[in-house]
Design a protein around this ligand. Sequence first.
Ligand code: CA
Length: 222
Amino acid sequence: MRLLLVEDDPMIGDGLEIALKQSGYILDWVQDGESALDCLKTETYQIIILDVGLPKYSGWEILKQLRSWKIQTPVLMLTAKDELEDRLKGLDGGADDYMIKPFFLEELEARLRLLLRRHQNRTENLLTVGGISLNPQSFEVTQNQVPIPLSAKEFALLRSLMESPSTILSKAQLESRLYGWNEEICSNAIEVHIHQLRKKIGKEKIKTIRGIGYQIQQKDAC
Ligand code: CA
C-alpha cells in the first residue's frame, strides 16, 4: 500500500510518517507542490494525503492537475481552515474527503481505510478471499479460522493481492506497494516473498501468470 503525503509542516509530516509506516503503509513524503507533481508522474499511489497550503503549487492546483491526468486515486485533503468555502472547493474539485487541522491520528487512519474501501467497492475493512481473512487494522490473518503468522512484507503482499482479487499484479506493481524510497530491493525479492507466503497459505492460493504477474485464487481449492 503506497501512500503519497504532501505536507510542508515538518511537525505534522514527521508525526504522520512515523505513524503511517508503523501501520504498514509505504509512504513517500514530499513538502512542496512541484515535488508532489513529479511523484505523481512517476509513481502509482493507492491513496494521497494532500495539504492545501503548500510552496510552489497549492493543494487545489495539484488536485486539479492530477484529476486532469485522469488519476483517480482517492485524495484526502488537509486544511488549516474550517471555512465552509474551503470544504466545498475541495469536494467540488474532486477531493474524496478532507480533514481540518488539528486532527487525531486515529481518525485520519480510519478515514484512510474508509476511502480505500470505497475506492475498492468494499463495505467492510476485513478482506476475505478463498477461505483467507485479513484484517488491515489488527494485522491478523486467518485461514479457515486458523491464525497465520506473517512477516510485515508477507502481510503487505497478501493484502495487495487480496484487495484486488480479480486483478493480476505485476512484479513492478508489487515492488511499488511493498518498498519505500530508501529500501534496497533485491531483484528476486517479490519471488522470495511469494515463495514464503505460499509455504504458509498453500501453493495453489497464489497463481503465477507467466510474464505478467500474480493473482490470488478466489475459489477455496479442494
Ligand atoms: Ca501547509
